[in-house]
Design a protein around this ligand. Structure first.
Ligand code: ZN
Ligand code: ZN
Ligand code: ZN
Length: 224
């Protein structure tokens, strides 16, 4: 208990140093310029531009393009919630006599220890590249159509970019204006500063209500 309190103090002084040295993000335009400076948003933006360009060139539109896009949009909030809860918050565990601490979880732990460090907010830069390759393969396997695969990749990179932007915004000094963004912003701050076992979603905050990881806030105990 005491040891943990010490850790919390140590993190917050580290956090104060990080806050003091990072670029200004009070205004949306400032935040957007900082966002584009990091490799992961730049890589996902490039994937979006390339796949949407290839998709436009291929033509041959059909209702299946809408179906494929809808599948990706419907799937994303689930991936977000499950990956955040079970992968990113996976504690180091013992396996065959050794301690396993998977990289995404270790990195996410670092993000929780220093939430003000922008470089820890984003997915590791290689993750979108691996996911993109995997989903191109999967898309082609399911639909046997390069055009539909590109529709999937365009949608996938768009929602991935929206996720990165939304997560980034919750850690900037910009205060969102719309009710929807305010809800996401508040939920993610509660996840960081109140209880890391709740509020795992981003783009669709209702996910947490459905999965039993939302409010009411006074009933949620503060995590260790
Ligand atoms: Zn965060
Ligand atoms: Zn988390
Ligand atoms: Zn905990």
């Amino acid at each position: 208990m005491n040891q943990h309190a010490d850790q919390t103090r140590q993190y917050s002084s580290e956090e104060n140093r990080t806050r003091a040295s990072r670029p200004e993000t009070k205004r949306l335009g400032q935040a957007f310029r900082v966002f584009l400076r990091y490799p992961t948003p730049a890589i996902i933006s490039t994937l979006f531009v390339v796949s949407s360009f290839v998709r436009l060139v291929l033509g041959r539109w059909s209702a299946w393009d809408l179906v494929a896009s809808a599948i990706v949009v419907g799937y994303w909030p689930f991936q977000e919630w499950f990956a955040h809860k079970y992968l990113l918050h996976l504690k180091p565990f013992r396996f065959l006599g050794r301690t396993i601490d998977i990289y995404p979880a270790a990195r996410h732990r670092a993000h929780h220890q220093n939430p003000s460090d922008f470089s820890l907010v984003f997915l590791p830069w290689h993750v979108p590249l691996i996911a993109f390759a995997a989903f191109v393969g999967l898309g082609y396997l399911v639909f046997h159509s390069f055009a539909l695969t590109m529709t999937i990749m365009t949608t996938f990179s768009a929602v991935a970019l929206a996720y990165e932007w939304i997560h980034f915004i919750t850690h900037t000094d910009y205060v969102p204006k719309t009710a929807y963004m305010r809800r996401i912003w508040r939920n993610h701050r509660l996840h960081h500063y109140k209880n890391e076992h709740y509020w795992f979603s981003f783009t669709m905050p209702a996910m947490d209500e459905w999965m039993g990881t939302g409010g009411p806030h006074d009933q949620v105990e503060k995590s260790e």
